[in-house]
Design a binder for this molecule. Sequence first.
Ligand code: SAH
Ligand code: SF4
Length: 438
Amino acid sequence: MKFHIHTYGCQMNVRDSEAVEALLIAEGHEKASNEEEAQLVIVNSCTVRQKAEDKALGKAGNLIADGKITGVMGCAVKRLGADIFRRLPALHFAVGPRMFSRIPDIVERITSVPAAVMPRRILEVGENEIPKGLGAHPSAVCTGTFSDVHSFVTVMIGCDNRCSYCIVPDVRGHEWCRPFDEIVSEVKSLAERGVKEVCLLGQSVLRYNDSGKTFPDLLRALQEIDGLLRIRFTSAHPSGCTDELLSAYRDCPKVCRHLHLPVQSGSNRILSEMGRRYTREEYLKAVAKMRAFDPQFAVTTDVIVGYPGESEEDFEMTRSLMDEALFDNSFIFKYSPRPGTKSSLMEDDVSKEEKERRNQVLLSDQERRGIELNSRLINSVRRVLVEGPSKRKSERWSGRDSGNRIVVFEPCEGISVGSEVDVKILEAHAQVLVGEIV
Ligand code: SAH
Ligand code: SF4
């Protein structure tokens, strides 16, 4: 059967969708070249904000109306449970984020009977199961050559942090670290199949611990893998920016000089209410530590605007922290109350308009900061991992430097995807550097 997976949300969802793709291909199903051509469409849903959930469920509704065999997987399924069928009564199946390995069996159950009697509303939610198939990867089951330069690798699932606003622990369950050796052998086999860069995924990866083997130990083991050029990871927490981490950076040149270090707020009062377990000062100290190690170390972040009770003064603290931290990039989210979380008991008292205004202010601050930071790189030479033709102008190619900055360059004759080139930077924009190969 031809299938298509439509993915919303974070990188974990992207990775889970890939695993489902691999599991379905292994059972003889075929990836459709687009959604129209597919008979079976699976929506991988997000519920971190209400808008994300609504989009995913809206999409599933349209697919059912189009006559597709439709399933929803991911975080919204765990939040809603059987209620998802109130919203989508003709949905064929719904599978929670830790149960995706059941999808091939469910598809078999549905498609082995005539369309008129096809079962609908099959639900597999689960609680804290360890998902099977975490390492399933399309490159292992696809025929022909596999040409992805980059691959996500799950190292941790779930979360035990319980930040006041966040639904992730409820939907993705308790934190669990994948066995060390399993991760190392997955990365080895990806490198053998031509992957040059891996991004290790977990809600708080610096907490990784498998019977005493820590995250810095994992970085050291991956550094040794032949053919692999770069190692990234996300997300990090300032408490993990230890001397041991820095010493792993020092010893492992493949580990990219970039941290995604979500700050959420610059106000100590809000940080404490959020249960983030660091102060503004501790956060800035962690950033300074990384930049003392390498002045071009890139730091990116997530920020929430309009958390309950966020005053103008709190917001200005966030603005000033963002300038002090000199973030290379930031992702701004408007607070959305999530049922069952601690903060959902507080009044969502910052108006929609004010959230939007604060969002715009932070976006334009980031634009200015991005240009300023990137301008400092003009005339420097950045080592770029080539990804392919640039999206805007196909006569130029693009790739990323170690700090995850997008670099567009010319000339591109004779350059191959997955190789590394040195590019002299000639132009700087907020999100992109432009240069020429030296
Ligand atoms: N584990 C990561 C974050 C995962 S959720 C970490 O702690 O760093 C991704 C981002 O979504 C968060 O960093 C936060 O900025 C945002 N987010 C989470 N819950 C939210 C909510 N209720 N409203 C708005 N944004 C939210
Ligand atoms: Fe959510 Fe906090 Fe866990 Fe991140 S660390 S997933 S924000 S509870």
